[in-house]
Write a protein that binds this ligand. Structure first.
Ligand SMILES: C[S@@+](CC[C@H](N)C(=O)[O-])C[C@H]1O[C@@H](n2cnc3c(N)ncnc32)[C@H](O)[C@@H]1O
Length: 329
């Protein structure tokens, strides 16, 4: 297969600026205020997330890398003789994916790698780096898009046997109802026999969780505050990040780490591109992220409710994280 690098903007990002403006108005008009976590990931947000993955406290990336290093051969054996297409949803920097790509190539399989991510910079950097690293043996087609716009842009007619990766426990940002709907839509966009590998962060000691989302260096704080900076940059907002604090408690009822930005005083923040201002009372919060934690019965119920068969769960040695391999039956 000739080497190729292609980066596409799928429909759905074309009106991204308008959607961002609408979601900011909607979110900041709610009680409690909230902003969708997908907007963390502009170029700066993705750079900060990459720093988070290197923090001692942030065990998730290391656990999942350990799972892939340890079990790549078994995962690859399970999905052979395919796939002709390796699709990755929310690929980010693709650091862990490289482990699987190498193992798939070692089997002599030639396939196309399709990272889909909402962050333009991440897709460009990842596509360029994989193109260089695997030159001659891997076709890379990066797609800048929301998950399902990206999948739809692959086209029904040209659907090929696929292996879809959804790593990093990104699913944890969805509510359980949203996650169910996500997996149902994912299955509908696949062919019978296709595989998916989904990363889930597991329930564990609450202090380990607290530290992972409240690191000593304060990178998570900067990552969250970048959302306000992004509103300043793209919508001419006047947020002063010194007037907001990061707060990351564990919600036991929902089994999720929550991220909030908390206003430290009464303040009025103009967002000029929206032609309006938003009032914040002292200690009022903006909810910016949930990171759900799971147990195996929940993972299995997601799979079966969507029509997938669980092939196997793969764990790191401490069983802090699971990569679950499912097949569309
Ligand atoms: C938590 S990071 C995980 C990155 C990588 N998969 C990993 O495991 O390290 C989430 C990634 O998903 C992307 N993302 C978030 N929401 C998205 C959406 N709705 N559609 C496409 N990509 C999205 C972000 O840009 C980011 O790169």
């Amino acid at each position: 297969m000739p080497s190729a690098l292609q980066v596409l903007n799928a429909s759905g990002t074309r009106h991204a600026a308008g959607a961002f403006a609408r979601d900011v108005i909607r979110g900041l008009s709610r009680n409690p205020k909230s902003l969708p976590s997908k907007y963390f990931y502009d170029a700066e947000g993705s750079r900060l997330f990459q720093r988070i993955t290197e923090l001692d406290e942030y065990y998730l990336t290391r656990c999942e890398a350990e799972i892939l290093e340890t079990h790549a051969a078994e995962i690859v054996a399970a999905v052979l003789p395919g796939p002709l297409r390796l699709v990755e949803l929310g690929a980010g920097d693709g650091q862990k994916t490289e482990i699987l790509v190498r193992r798939l190539l070692d089997t002599g399989l030639r396939f196309e790698y399709v990272p889909i991510d909402i962050c333009r910079q991440s897709v460009f950097d990842l596509a360029a780096s994989f193109h260089c690293r695997f030159d001659g043996s891997l076709r890379v087609r990066g797609i800048v898009a929301e998950y399902f716009h990206g999948l739809a842009s692959l086209g029904r007619a040209s659907r090929r046997p696929s292996f879809v990766l959804y790593l990093g426990s990104s699913v944890g940002n969805f509510s359980h109802a949203e996650a169910r709907q996500f997996f149902r839509r994912l299955r509908e966009s696949l062919r019978p026999g296709d595989f998916v590998l989904v990363g889930f962060d597991l329930k564990k000691d609450l202090e380990i969780l607290r530290r992972a989302y409240n690191d000593a260096e304060g990178v998570t704080r900067l990552f969250n505050l970048n959302l306000l900076e992004r509103i300043n940059r793209e919508l001419s907002g006047e947020f002063d990040r010194g007037r907001f604090a990061h707060y990351g408690p564990y919600n036991l009822r929902e089994a999720c780490m929550e991220s909030w930005l908390v206003s430290l005083e009464n303040q009025e923040v103009p967002i000029h591109a929206l032609g309006r201002s938003f009032s914040f009372r002292a200690w009022e919060g903006i909810h910016v992220e949930c990171s759900h934690k799971y147990d195996l019965s929940q993972i299995e119920s997601f799979a079966s409710a969507a029509g997938f068969r669980v092939q196997k769960h793969f764990f790191d040695r401490r069983r802090w994280f699971a990569d679950s391999l499912w097949q569309n039956v």
